[in-house]
Design a protein around this ligand. Sequence first.
Ligand code: CP3
Length: 344
Amino acid sequence: MTEKKKILRALAGETLDTPPIWMMRQAGRYLPEYKATRAQAGDFLSLCYNSELAAEVTLQPIRRYGFDAAILFADILLLPQALGAELWFVTGEGPRLSTIENQEDFDKLKSAAEIDEVLNPVYETVRILSRELPSETTLIGFAGMPWTVATYMVAGRGTPDQGPAHALKDSNPALFDQIIDLLIEGTIEYLSKQIEAGAEVVKLFDSWAGSLKGDDFDRYALEPAKKIIAALKARHPDTPIIAFPRGAGERYVGFAEATGADCVALDDGVSAEWAAENVQKGVCVQGNLKSSHMVTGGDDLVRETRKIVDALSNGPHIFNLGHGITPDADPENVQLMIDTVRGK
Ligand code: CP3
């Protein structure tokens, strides 16, 4: 029998001597080989839909660093595109989408049953990866969470405070709920297909959960997570799920228990000591080094990395950053972080 992969052991609740490690946005612009393949593809979206090249950029950080997990190369905004939203990326600025301002805009969208036509190349990327990844590397699929994806669909772009989505949910909750419900259904379909294609773990990115306060957090972050996880567990009971309600703060406490997630990913707004005390109770946590250390490196990186490893060493832990690595990061600092975690 082959030995169970380290990430899967941590997700099953095992405390390992050395935490397994991967990194958000590990395939990205800080790597020269990524930039070369992206240029070959033409642009970011063409890269996402070119299964061979998307698999290639997914494999690049595995070859360079030997991370314990590979994350499918795609984007959370492919689902709205598959639902009929227009999507394009402005170089140096970020995503742009057609907006949803009223019922008429919403009614133009497709149903969750129709997404595969656009998303089939993503499932093909997963199939290629499950053949080509080293046997010790875990393949992680992912999707954006309804609230976060809705913030882009409503505003048509990234916004500093998610203002347009807050305004729509407050002024027209009936319409906003239809968007959320469609995204819940679409996300369940999308992740089920990724799992059927070979994803061994899935991660739910709720990057803007932190702007939801009080009851809104329950209604738009916790409840959708609960529904998506329940549906996925019914279809794929053995596939672990990582939830990332970024910026949840105090609401990290009990989030895994309330939603059925196997692991919560921590951003760098909470300390590892606090998380060990309040979140890691029998539940795997992932995180949470500040990504700026990948730019600045040095003794600070080593000290902060050790601090996190130590603080979370009494329970299941997957080492990661608190958010994605940035394009200005130095690839050598990534190696230093890995060597520090692995005690080299
Ligand atoms: O982590 C990985 O290596 C896997 C691939 C991945 C990407 N995006 C590739 C990407 C994942 C998991 C995502 C998730 C994603 N996409 C999120 C949630 C996580 C987070 O960062 O909070 C969000 C909010 C998006 C939407 C998105 N995609 C934005 C706002 C941007 C522009 C910002 C930027 O960094 O340019 C993207 C583009 C994007 N997605 C890039 C990559 C590698 C950069 C595109 C490029 O090559 O120019």
